[in-house]
Design a binder for this molecule. Sequence first.
Ligand code: ATP
Ligand code: MG
Length: 276
Amino acid sequence: MADTHSNSATKVVSITSGKGGVGKTAVVANIGICLARLGNKVLILDADLGLANVDVVFGLTPAYNLNHFFSGETDLESIMVKGPHDIRILPAGSGLQSFIQLDSDHKLKLLDGLDSLNIDFDYLLIDTEAGISENVTYFNTAAQEILLVTTPDPTAITDVYALMKLLSTRYHEKHFNLAVNMVANEEEALDVYRKLSIVSNRYLDISIDYFGSIPYDRQMSEAIRKQQAIVELYPQGAIASAFAALAERIVTITSRRYPKGSVQFFWKQLLQADPG
Ligand SMILES: Nc1ncnc2c1ncn2[C@@H]1O[C@H](COP(=O)(O)OP(=O)(O)OP(=O)(O)O)[C@@H](O)[C@H]1O
Ligand SMILES: [Mg+2]
């Protein structure tokens, strides 16, 4: 039976990008841990239905994934796996073709499943796939806050601009947050932010909040090899501080914009709002 109350204070943040490989999954995994360390109950939805890997980053090998849930083999609770710091993950599995594009039945099933989970989560982090597919726009519209990830790479910047343009013109999203990954220094990140702000101010009716930067760190590949999040592997490193700062920023922004008591869980409304 659906218990809408249990999810009433869950803050939903999507982590998304135009270009692939810019670090969305790294951001989700590490910020998830930092949020959990701050005492939050965190649920990660791996919405990269084609190429899932949140579970891999955490060194988990889930028996079931969203495909089993969508096919009716299991309920949502049964595919949920436990990661570090009691984080819960809903793994995507590497897609059966038929489930890669969510249709409205899938969406309804997912909304119902999320609504009837027995745990009170403070945060739901959604790791989206890259690009501008319908799944991407769907999950971003579902979230209360959209955290865009880009790198200083000009193609990554162009692609994140294209995503903002689509989300603002077609889906009426007016507010975005930006994290710049793989930077040499803060100035490089601020430069990316300035460029995107200038073009957006000129051509789109949106606002972008600068969320912060994440340094390029060669030890990331070691973390991937060891299947451990880098904030766990090197908690004292510069990149760990960067992820901690991003998590704190999420807490600040969401507690300011969505104070407890108001209805936070937007999924149900989305079904009507979804133009696709
Ligand atoms: N700050 C960083 N410094 C160095 N390497 C990084 C950094 N962030 C991410 N990486 C590496 O870049 C690669 C891509 O990162 P990740 O998988 O998180 O990107 P993604 O946006 O989720 O990709 P996809 O679009 O395929 O889902 C990974 O090998 C990851 O370890
Ligand atoms: Mg990814």
